[in-house]
Design a protein around this ligand. Sequence first.
Ligand code: NAP
Length: 430
Amino acid sequence: MPQQTADPVKIAILGCGTVGTQVIRLLTEQAEDMAARVGAPVQISGVYVRDTSVERDPVVPRDLLTSDLAALIASSDIVVELMGGIEPARTAIMDALGAGKAVVTANKALLAQKGAELYEAADAANTDLYFEAAVAGAIPLVRPVRESLAGDRVQRILGIVNGTTNYVLDEMTTKGLPYDEVVAEAQRLGYAEADPTADVEGHDAAAKAAILASLAFHQRVSLDDVFCEGISSVTAADVAAATESGHVIKLLAIAESADDGVTVRVHPALVPLTHPLAGVRGAFNAVFIEAESAGELMFYGQGAGGAPTASAVMGDVVSVARHIAGGGKGPRESNYADLPVLPISAALTRFQLRLNVADRPGVLAAVSAILAGKGISIETVRQSAGAEGTAELVISTHRAPEKDLDQMVSDLRANDAVNAVLSVLRIEGE
Ligand code: NAP
């Protein structure tokens, strides 16, 4: 290893949980490599926790624990925020940026809700704000979108960015199990939180979608701009019907650009088995990007977990430490595009409808007429026998405006030949 003569770069770690502990381990175990890569020694200046007397993982040096946040920030060059949530993370980061410190964070919730003020504070202080771990854990995604694709035009992003929901849908698909049973098993195995709402209702994926859309389309997109529908209403029958039509159900984060604006949405969707995202199994994440010149790109890997997420945090720490040791600065926020973020009603999507209908002549014509009345044309229809005197219709449509969907479903429900609209799922990736 080369001899280091430069001043050490001092790192404050805020939060000592799943990710924080692994970052501390890597900074300690790989200190020599880090110094060689950065060009200066990299030292942990302290670890901010609520209670310094609590027993911690043995990799955390006890003498580094502190509950004096202001003093820790003041004595550090880089502040690595790994507490999560809005407060006190927001105030800590704003204080750090205000004092000219570089910041690394994994906090998707904070970036999706308060990103604008953080970017502005970083720009005002001419310092770095890095957040690779905030989207899809270990997968290098923020840097490729923010830097590698900065000379291209991203048209569309389709992502599986929540491991819990991918695990649940995958188990439902491969084992034919009902939603509740799989969620309970995921909680037992530690793949799902005791309160799984943020994952299963799509809020976590929506935060990541907002961050990715902001970077890809060079404009501000916040959590409130993202249409969000979770997987809690997906049934075993939906999964079986998807398999029968050559699809798999995935919770997708979708960001698309058009001339008149961008749409950003999270919802379950039928993905054809031939699409690369269909093969993403278990708790893995993957993001599929379509760019004008690059064409199709796919990023795949572990979207969560202490060590995988710490890998992404460490990459940011090295980048920022290199700037401190050798000069330079990472990219500023790019938000010049200023396009409107359109409501989901502006999106054009294909649907698969599952209907229970009366098994009598003329029903298909009546259903077709309702769809045609909304300008929605049918691509395929599959009919199978239902309970006595009924049939199940599975109808796939061509692309149609989302704005007509709710009314079309209401019209179907109001028709006396339709016993039930069993499900309406969007089809993506075809
Ligand atoms: P975690 O295990 O819950 O740890 C959070 C840590 O922050 C705990 O040590 C906690 O202290 C500390 N903390 C929370 N509030 C605090 C406060 N008010 N003052 C001082 N300390 C406070 O969380 P995590 O899973 O490591 O996640 C950290 C960040 O990484 C989050 O933003 C999360 O979204 C992001 N992330 C996590 C993953 C993952 O797989 N875990 C993946 C990607 C991104 P106590 O020890 O006292 O509870």
